[in-house]
Design a protein around this ligand. Structure first.
Ligand SMILES: NC(=O)c1ccc[n+]([C@@H]2O[C@H](COP(=O)([O-])OP(=O)(O)OC[C@H]3O[C@@H](n4cnc5c(N)ncnc54)[C@H](OP(=O)(O)O)[C@@H]3O)[C@@H](O)[C@H]2O)c1
Length: 323
């Protein structure tokens, strides 16, 4: 039995129950990991609240972590006991866990467990957003909503690293300072200012090549007015609630826009894509092009507080749990 945080019945942060859970020996193709650090993500809130369906009841919440392999099941060839690994997969809030070996990635020496737990999900998301959903080029202008958040701070840095002008929306003046220190050229206090007017002003009316929007309901459809003709609306999350159904004709009216609702799962579904995405992330972090600000650390037993902080917009950058 190991310490774990499970959901028996979906609900608010109180639905996170810190208790003992059985892990068992790894089956064929699985590894058992002793976790050194676990990432906290907004998707954990969607699973906890029931917005995303529970895989079983109870289930261990959490989708990102890093640790060392303590056992390998039959047929596992790529990993051995003692290997340092990281992953994105449901079942992370626990001291130890089982994982299909083909979802694990070996950690380079330069990346610590804590860094890995703070970046596998958020950083690989940023990578597919800037390299595949819209390939950011030197000279692009990009708008990043919730720029001081976990994905946000990584996106701002990576966008700037690729040569883009980065505009970030943020919920407070402190967050604006942080976003600026992490790559944003311009910040907009979107709770007080009309962000469309500010984007028009900053870009001299030219607008953005792409809007990366993890906020959802609260920034739609205004986000579309920030995109230049034939630009991309990348709606990758719903921190403020999901976007309601809309008439696709609005994309024509706003300038023949492209719109996508991508997920990391799709972009790392094959082993090849997972390894290529992780490698790019490890490279950009190891070279110092992108830093992973881990601004909140909690004990595993304090997962409820961690969720209250995340949903209460009280966090910046990445948050991790220490088992
Ligand atoms: N599709 C994918 O592949 C994928 C992968 C990873 C994450 N995501 C999405 O990316 C987004 C960011 O995830 P994250 O884990 O890095 O979280 P985060 O950005 O650290 O936290 C969410 C932030 O959203 C902003 N926000 C705006 N309205 C909000 C509201 N009503 N309630 C709470 N927060 C609100 C807050 O920043 P301000 O105070 O500055 O407004 C808050 O700090 C989420 O929507 C998540 O689901 C998607």
């Amino acid at each position: 039995m190991v310490a774990a945080v499970r959901v028996h019945k979906p609900g608010g942060p109180e639905a996170l129950v810190y208790e003992e859970a059985d892990v068992g020996a790894p089956g064929a193709g699985q590894i058992r990991i002793k976790q050194h650090a676990v990432g906290i993500n907004f998707i954990d809130v969607y699973f906890r609240s029931g917005m995303y369906p529970a895989p079983s009841s109870p289930f261990v919440v959490g989708n990102e972590g890093a640790g060392e392999v303590v056992a390998a099941g039959q047929g596992v060839k790529d990993f051995k006991v003692g290997d340092r690994v990281a992953y994105v997969a449901l079942g992370a809030y626990a001291a130890e866990r089982l994982l299909p070996a083909d979802r694990a990635v070996k950690l380079p020496d330069a990346i610590s467990y804590e860094q890995a737990a703070g970046m596998m999900l958020k950083g690989m998301t940023a990578r597919y957003l800037v390299r595949r959903v819209h390939k950011v080029e030197k000279g692009d202008t990009i708008l990043v909503h919730a720029a001081a958040g976990g994905v946000g701070l990584i996106l701002c840095q990576w966008g700037r690293h690729l040569g883009a002008t980065v505009i970030g929306t943020v919920g407070s003046k402190d967050k604006a300072k942080l976003a600026k220190a992490n790559g944003a050229h311009h910040t907009i206090l979107y709770r007080d200012e009309d962000f469309v007017a500010r984007v028009k002003d900053i870009t001299g009316g030219k607008l953005c090549h792409v809007v990366y929007d993890g906020v959802g309901k609260a920034t739609f459809p205004a986000s579309l007015d920030c995109i230049r003709p034939t630009g991309m609306f990348a709606s990758f999350g719903s921190a403020s609630g999901p976007i309601e159904a809309f008439n696709i004709g609005i994309l024509a009216q706003k300038g023949s826009l492209f719109a996508t609702r991508p997920t990391l799962n799709t972009y790392t579904a094959s082993r090849e894509d997972l390894l290529a995405t992780a490698k790019d992330l490890f490279d950009v972090v190891s070279s110092g092009g992108v830093k992973i600000p881990i601004n909140q650390k909690y004990a595993l037993k304090d997962a409820q507080k961690a969720h209250r902080d995340l949903e209460g917009r009280a966090t910046t950058g990445s948050s991790i749990l220490i088992p």
